[in-house]
Structure formats: C-alpha cells, structure tokens
Write a new protein. Structure first.
Length: 249
C-alpha cells in the first residue's frame, strides 16, 4: 500500500523569507505523525499548505496518491483542527458538527434547500451521527448551546467532533493541546491514541515536545522552515540538532 500523505519539495515564503523550505514528508496509512519545532519553525505554514488554506510556491501534496494541492480546502478529504478555534457562530454545537457531516451525504444542495423528503430522512441520520461525534469528544452536554459560548477546551473538542464527523482520510491538528488544562490534555491524548488504534491517519503539529512523544509513531522536526530530523520519538529525542533547536529558543 502506498503512502497516505506525500509532501514533496514544498516551499512557501512571505516577503522573500522562507517559512517552509523544500520540505519532504511521507506519512504512512494509520500512522500518527507529529511535526514539532520551536515557534516560527514553519509548522502552521506547512499545516496550511497541506490543508489548503495557503498555496505553495513550489512542491506537491498527495493524499492516497492523488494530487490535492490545487483543490480547495473543503474538497481535500481532510479533517482539520486549527489552533485558534474556528467554529460557526450563531449555531449550536450540534449544528456545527452537522455541517461537518453534510459533506459525506448524497443529498444535493437543491434537495437540502427545498427540504424534500430524502433530505429530511438524511437530516435525521446526520443528527444522530453528529451526536455520536459530540459524545466521542466528550461534549454531549453542550450540544444545544451556541458554539461561541463554549469554553476553549470545549471549542477545541467541537472542532475535533466536526472534523471526525466528516470521515476524513487524514486528520490534521495544529497544536490541539495548547491552552488546555491538564485533565483536558489527558483526555485529548487518550482520544488521539484511540483514533490511532482504529487506524485513522493523523498529522499532529505541536510545539510541546512532551505531549507528542508518547503518542506519535514518528516525529518530524522543523526548524527555520526545514526538516532537521525525522524518526521514532526516542531517536529524535536523542538528536543533538533537535536539542540545539529547542535550546536556542
Ligand atoms: P510555527 O507554526 O512553527 O510557529 P509559522 O508557520 O506560523 O511557524 O511561521 C513561520 C514563519 O513564517 C515565521 O517567521 C512567521 O513570522 C512567518 N509567517 C507565517 N505566516 C505568515 C504570514 N501570513 N505573513 C508573513 N509571515 C508569516
Ligand atoms: Mg503555529
């Protein structure tokens, strides 16, 4: 079986300064890959090149062997959890997750807009699935609340519920543990471990080395836009270039 995600020669600069420079990255199916690096290393930029929020200056991105770098973000088959909460305000938590599930159903826009019977039947299935996703991320009791009234930890969980409900080929997470309290971090780590055992492919961008070391199958280290080390957590932890990059912060 081929790679799940292949990034080849990806570069992106801002005002003539490279944020990501000639990055190659291959993630195997079912792998949980962590991308770590100090602040400004280019992690979020790489994340956006894969997710489709930014266009690369050079390089390609393939998912399951298909080029996705020219596709709009919502058509890439990815579930995405941004560092800053991106939720739909003016909607309940449940409605936010239902939006994530809509892309996976067959009812077309016209059927949905006219609320024809096939849509209403699907709507009930979507709601049931959205409730399962909320339960999975531990925020069932927030289902009927306006999304913007949820505390940070619950908004993060809401994004994750929405991403999972879209049945992604790859789940991308940008610093999902930042700003969470100890208990919330533990619950997130447990859920990510569970998703990994279920075979979901994940790319986890993280500043905090400690959070990813016991979760990741392999770790890629970025510094100044380049990959400086790659390997299993214990290999990367012992790498002197990695130690230097973090000590130099
Ligand atoms: P990280 O997520 O690892 O902290 P980023 O990818 O956010 O790093 O940033 C990498 C570099 O690119 C930084 O020097 C940052 O200032 C720069 N950068 C990122 N996004 C932009 C932008 N939209 N405009 C200008 N510079 C940017
Ligand atoms: Mg970042």
């Amino acid at each position: 079986m081929g790679a799940a995600l292949t990034v080849a020669g990806a570069s992106r600069s801002f005002g003539g300064v490279y944020a990501v420079r000639d990055v190659d990255l291959t993630v195997e199916p079912g792998e949980l890959r962590a991308v770590i690096g100090p602040n400004g290393a280019g992690k979020s930029t790489l994340f956006a090149l894969i997710g489709g929020q930014l266009a690369p200056d050079a390089g390609t991105v393939e998912l399951d062997g298909r080029r996705i770098d020219r596709l709009p973000a919502h058509r890439r088959g990815l579930g995405v959890v941004f560092q800053a909460a991106r939720i739909f305000t003016g909607m309940t938590a449940l409605e936010n997750v239902m939006v994530g599930a809509h892309g996976t159903t067959r009812a077309g826009f016209v059927t949905a807009a006219l609320r024809l019977p096939p849509f209403r039947a699907e709507e009930r299935q979507i709601e049931a699935r959205a409730r399962e996703c909320l339960a999975r991320t531990g925020i069932s009791e927030w289902a009927g609340r306006p999304a913007e009234t949820l505390p940070l930890g619950q908004q993060r969980a809401l994004q994750l519920a929405r991403a999972l409900c879209g049945q992604p080929r790859l789940l991308l997470l940008d610093e999902p543990a930042s700003g969470l309290r100890a208990g919330e971090r533990e619950r997130l780590a447990a859920l990510l471990g569970e998703l990994r055992r279920e075979g979901l492919t994940m790319l986890l961008v993280e500043h905090d080395v400690g959070f990813v070391m016991r979760l990741a199958d392999r770790v890629t280290v970025l510094d100044l836009g380049r990959v400086i080390a790659q390997g299993r957590p214990e290999q990367v932890r012992a790498d002197s270039a990695v130690i230097d990059a973090y000590l130099g912060e």
